[in-house]
Design a protein around this ligand. Structure first.
Ligand code: ADP
Ligand code: MG
Length: 238
């Protein structure tokens, strides 16, 4: 588990500032959901935490260690994207093992971790298949499995369910909840789906144009929205 802290984090692309002074503490083992309209900076914030983008200003800490200058591989963070981004020519097993091979784990250690994650996600009978022989839901589980095998302290999910149909979304949502309690990891999860946010989150962060409008539990945001934007987004009565 790990605490993630952002202090005055800003990000500009060229002369355009897209993240404005974000302060946020995500507690050890907490499930935090980022919501907000398209283009408000949800993915950019995740990428800053993962180290896939460099902050223009401010500090990022994971377990009290300043990580601004640490490369993604050293942050013990795993990111799951909406586009499954599996390697099409590799088997499910190799897709899951790939990151570990790069991290120079031993063959038996890799084998043990891949099979354990596959069992947890109930994809242990699919290890020899190629991604194109899988359903959308199965592919998404492989993508999650690839994150799990690295034993991360923090999971980042960027709209992981948006390519799935409604029934699969519900099922995968339940699995992610189970994963959270099994792994006891800190999770930061991006969605534009309010129902998903309300059911998954310990706390929701509402973003608008690169700023935090409000942070609170689903019930706090619903009953005491800070402003009309939050009320409109969360769907609370006015
Ligand atoms: P969201 O995930 O909430 O839809 P993003 O974080 O993807 O929003 O984008 C926030 C803003 O930053 C948008 O205006 C987007 O166009 C801009 N942006 C994101 N990535 C880049 C980039 N690599 N170069 C330039 N602008 C970018
Ligand atoms: Mg996005």
């Amino acid at each position: 588990m790990a605490e993630v802290v952002l202090k005055g984090v800003e990000k500009s692309f060229g002369s355009v500032k897209v993240i404005h002074g974000v302060d946020l503490t995500v507690r050890d083992g907490e499930f935090v959901v980022f919501v907000g309209p398209s283009g408000c900076g949800k993915s950019t914030l995740l990428r800053l935490i993962a180290g896939l983008e460099d902050a223009t200003a401010g500090d990022l800490f994971i377990d009290a260690e300043r990580v601004n200058d640490l490369p993604p591989a050293k942050r013990r963070i795993a990111m799951v994207f909406q586009s499954y981004a599996l390697y099409p020519h590799m088997s499910v097993y190799d897709n899951m093992a790939f990151g570990l091979e790069l991290a120079k784990a031993t063959k038996s250690e890799i084998d043990q971790r891949v099979r354990q994650a596959a069992r947890l996600l109930q994809i242990d009978t699919l290890l020899d298949r190629k991604p194109k022989q899988l359903s959308g839901g199965q592919r998404q589980r492989v993508a999650i499995g690839r994150a799990i095998v690295r034993d991360p302290k923090v999971f980042l999910f960027d709209e992981p369910l948006s390519n799935l149909d409604a029934a699969l979304r519900v099922q995968t949502r339940i699995e992610i909840t189970k994963l959270h309690s099994d792994m006891k990891a800190t999770m930061i999860y991006v969605t534009h789906d309010q129902v998903e946010a309300m059911t998954l989150a310990d706390r929701i962060v509402v973003l608008n144009a690169g700023r935090i409008e409000q942070v609170g539990t689903p019930l706090e945001l619903y009953h005491r929205p800070a402003n009309l934007f939050v009320a409109g987004f969360i769907g609370s009565p006015q």
